[in-house]
Design a protein around this ligand. Structure first.
Ligand code: CP
Length: 307
């Protein structure tokens, strides 16, 4: 059974197909309004979410399907000690496809090897968030017109930010990609991501603490929040949380065609005044997220023989 646990589970060609389907859904939503009639998506979220859970659910409704939802782990039998494996076997009896978010790295993978329906990782700890990456890739494709030859700045919490890890893994596969990794020393990209993804594929990158100095060379700037929930002590979080705050003044040195992305939620790292800048694309990302997930649900249900 095909599941999507990390972005590398999808080939570059499949991602191109998903982007094409998502764009077709955006252009012709009525053509897709009944394609999942009678099918059910289970959203199992053991960590908070606004965008990912609601966009998955909106995606299934807009495909004509139904949704079963666990929006709080404490309201499921996980609170009584049920394992992820047993949960996955159980939910497979009720739903045609599962989207799971879990604080433990690897939990959606465990679900996928025990489920009899496709499982989509909707974010596992500090590890991966492949459907956010599909959202990001669709947004970059639609805004820049292509995914190759881009210099991407990623800024903020590169240590715990799972959206960054998945984005780097995805963009590393496109020719001509360069990364500028901007973070405080304590929140640098983990060495396993650098070694296994960037260095293994020979992708050029530089590491810096300087956001403003990096802006002129960027095609896209991907801001991230400092991940409070992954810190061991509050003092460190408070010291690091406002390391980077993007403001209209700081953006003066950026190119006019640089796009500004953020997976959201934002805390303080992009000032509200930036929202009016035509380069700000983070709410377009939110909108694209539903279409990217519609395309993925369709692909996996077709491959499973359910559609
Ligand atoms: N981008 C993202 O994963 O947002 P949520 O945590 O609100 O789902």
């Amino acid at each position: 059974m095909r599941s999507v646990i990390r972005i590398a589970d999808l080939s570059v060609e499949e991602i191109a197909g998903l982007n094409a389907t998502a764009s077709d859904i955006i252009a012709h939503p009525k053509n897709y309004a009944e394609v999942c009639h009678g099918k059910k998506l289970a959203t199992l979220f053991f960590e908070p979410s606004t965008r990912t859970r609601l966009s998955f659910e909106a995606a299934m409704y807009d495909l004509g399907g139904h949704v079963l939802s666990v929006s709080d782990g404490n309201s499921s039998s996980a609170a009584k000690g049920e394992s992820v494996a047993d949960t996955a076997k159980t939910v497979s009896c009720y739903a045609d496809i599962i989207a799971m978010r879990h604080p433990k790295e690897g939990a959606p993978y465990v679900a996928s090897v025990n489920a009899s329906v496709p499982v989509i990782n909707a974010g596992d700890g500090g590890h991966n968030h492949p459907t956010q990456t599909l959202t990001d890739l669709l947004t970059i494709q639609r805004e820049k017109g292509h995914l190759d030859g881009l210099t991407i700045g990623v800024c903020g919490d590169l240590k715990f930010g799972r959206t960054v890890h998945s984005l780097l893994e995805a963009m590393s596969r496109y020719p001509g990609t360069r990364f500028v990794l901007i973070s405080p020393e304590e929140l640098k990209l983990p060495s396993y991501v650098k070694k296994d993804i960037l260095e293994a594929q020979g992708v050029p990158y530089i590491q810096t603490t300087d956001l403003e100095g990096s802006l002129p060379e960027l095609d896209a700037l991907y801001m991230t929040r400092v991940q409070r929930e992954r810190f061991f002590n509050e003092e460190d979080y408070l010291r690091l949380k406002d390391s980077y705050i993007l403001t209209p003044e700081r953006l003066r040195s950026a190119r006019q065609d640089m796009i500004i992305l953020h997976p959201l939620p934002r805390v303080n790292e992009i000032s509200l005044a930036v929202d009016a800048d035509p380069r700000a694309c983070y709410f377009k990302q939110v909108a694209n997220g539903k279409f990217a997930r519609m395309a993925l649900i369709l692909m996996l249900l077709k491959e499973a023989g359910t559609l």
